[in-house]
Design a protein around this ligand. Sequence first.
Ligand code: ASP
Length: 433
Amino acid sequence: MSSIPDRLRPTPRRLTAVLVPVLTAALTATVVSVIDRSPEPAAMALPPVTGTVAGVTGPTEIRSVAYAQAVNAAKAKKPKVTVIGTGGTISGVATSRSSFTEYRSGQIAIGDLVARLQPEIGQVADVSTVQFGNKGSGGYTIAEFHALTLAVESALKKSDAVVVTSGTDTMEEFAYWLDLTVRSRKPVVMTGAMRPWAAVTPDGPQVIGADGPANLYNSIVLAASQATYCYGTVLMLGDEFHAARDVTKTSSYRMDTFQSREFGVLGWIDGPNIKVGRAPARVEKCDAKQRWLTPFDLSRVAPTDLPRVEVVYGYQQAGGEAITAFADAGVKGIVTAGTGAGGISSAQSSARSAAAAKGVIFVSTTRTGSGASYSGSTTSPIIAGDDLLPQKARLLLLLSLAFAPADVDQVRTWVGTLGNPEWDTAPKGRPKD
Ligand code: ASP
């Protein structure tokens, strides 16, 4: 037996917390040379900034000039943050102050929640609110997701950053959808709560240990700081923020339910200190505007143009009927959440071949919750989902099919590149191996 005390033993989470910043610093030191450091037009009015920006710590190598200028601008002038409310537990009312699990969600208006953070939050940012909806996260349709993207884009025209509140059940899908469709580089932060905010009535006393107030407060602090400028959408709960692509809800009740498994958190909010431990690979494209933009400009497609894409789960001796039924119902794409590295049963495999012959496009992922599936095909429309979680691959396939309905090669390229961005570690000017 080792003599290391229990509290110091390297559990996976502790290892992640220690290794991620170290590995990221090493990686980003390598990529520094490939980042385009030219200032972008929107930020030209500000003097160039180099080095660490006080108050936000992290690997300076990944900060473009645009990033540093955005952070500095937020310090020079009080930022404008719009909070868009969609409901969930954070706006829930419990039956008593100690009822953590018995409550009705979506009961309190987002304007009232922000008002309860005054006057403190007013010192951080000028906050305005938009009530997009007030219901459970699972109740939103893809057409409503489409409208949410337009609402976020519209708010970002007037604000420096947006916070979106939602239920936690499908918050990772809200976050990844926004990550794939919002074209502004300004920060978008998703948040919510695992415990309801108020007891008995919407303006009743606060639930014991409610996490909503601190989560909403810290999300606004994070958004206002611009620390995630060019990071796409991030998800913030429990003082940690995660990349939309990587994060997943891992527990039905625990307060630290959100984890990014093999990737680790992006950073932490410790009181007034925002620590940035790593950056999503898309930061690399930040300074060249066109490279940053995702191809999924939702102002160009109607909600009715978004096709149905479903997920089919793999397990011992799974039948193929679900695949066949989805294909017969006109579903355009199916994500398989297979076993291990993406395996599906022989019945599912036969059904998949028949559906693929009729034009249904498949993405192969794993039900394991982490790790990759490389089991695609170059001869039939079966695309490897790599390490995208099935519910995330489904959104990417849906958007890809909406924008390139009959182009399997384009869909394959988007799933492989947008879905699985990797740092370009080749030194600038030298060919990759
Ligand atoms: N059922 C809720 C929802 O996702 C859970 C939550 O808000 O955390 O809307």
